[in-house]
Design a protein around this ligand. Sequence first.
Ligand code: FAD
Length: 383
Amino acid sequence: MLERFVSIKEGKIVIIGGGVIGLAIARAIAKRKICRVVLIERGRLCNEASFAAAGMLTPNVECEEYDDFYLACRESNRMFPSLAAELLNETGMDIELRRDGAIAVAKSAQEAEQASEKIARQIRLGIPVEIISAEQAAKLEPAISPTIAGAAFYPEDGQVDNRKLSKALALSARLHGVEVIENTQVTGLLENGGRVTGIRAGEMLIEADRVVVAAGAWTDYLLTTLNLPLLGIKPIRGQIMAYFKTALQPKRIVINSRFYAVPRNDGRLIIGATSEDVGFCKQVLPDSIEILRRSALEIFPWLNKLTVGEAVAGLRPFCSDSRPLIGEIPSAPGLLVATGHYRNGILLSPWTAEIVANEIFNDSHQTIANPFRPKAITSASAK
Ligand SMILES: Cc1cc2nc3c(=O)[nH]c(=O)nc-3n(C[C@H](O)[C@H](O)[C@H](O)COP(=O)(O)OP(=O)(O)OC[C@H]3O[C@@H](n4cnc5c(N)ncnc54)[C@H](O)[C@@H]3O)c2cc1C
């Protein structure tokens, strides 16, 4: 069999996976100008979960505990203004970062009662959130039905256009010298003395000082083919839809227990999303989209006149405790993972990129907290 070696003239890092996580890491490493970076993507860049996502940056709405995970989400949220400015400067692309907050609305008194416990807890934890009346919500957000029972406002949350973010990261990474190889699936690892020293992709072999797996929901599938212990990552399907060019639009993210709505600058209104444990199936089901549509109609009755413009599905990389896994795999020196970002991969992309780059270059400025470090589990328990 013919094998093509890509020669190494200097240190090299290989990233597997061209979603938002792989691209953000590739760019962060290349920016340091210490080594060459090669990113390998099985299909086209950002065509999986990172494409399907809604782009919400909502660490506060989602906060359950004031823990390492919340702090990482908050830190990453705070990194977006400078990331957006850098990407605009480097690529001319506007990722449409909006910092106009998010409103959580309760349709009924019962929903309001259920939400009040979570919000009271968030207030005790010091999370930036204000309880507002239905009248205040209607003033803030005239697109919402006046019949809601209550609301809470999260002023520090926001959103980004994830598709534009991905494109800008890809262009910026290339401008910083990242070599991007698309339509090429990584199928094996090179090893020397128990250390991972590169990857195999069909007939192509690429040697590397470190390999970073950013393969999203496919991480365990890849680890199985590499004969490595699994990490317990599985796909969770999210179906999501969008209306195009709505005349009326909420000004900011509106969240309810059954759906969320994310307005885009181009007039799209994104309505999401399902959460389903159905394996690697990306099928969009008309019934699921109809359920989302009906939930949205309860808060935005005027959507009734509009037809759905787009419906897609993506596979969120889920790890058992809904936390990302970042760092070197204990049994495979030289091999790092950055995966399991589940519902927050867009939000966590700048933070993940920085801590992975710090780990690789032994920069102690911002390190990976222990709860995020991968602990391999056996293939039996992963099932
Ligand atoms: C409906 C939906 C809504 C969401 N909304 C939000 C949101 O509002 N905010 C938020 O922060 N997050 C959101 N998320 C979550 C977010 O999209 C994910 O956490 C994030 O995109 C994960 O990025 P990733 O790069 O790890 O994975 P992906 O984007 O899936 O990329 C992984 C890549 O690895 C490639 N790959 C896999 N195996 C190989 C191989 N062997 N060789 C080469 N390449 C390989 C794949 O082809 C893929 O391109 C949402 C997700 C969904 C599905």
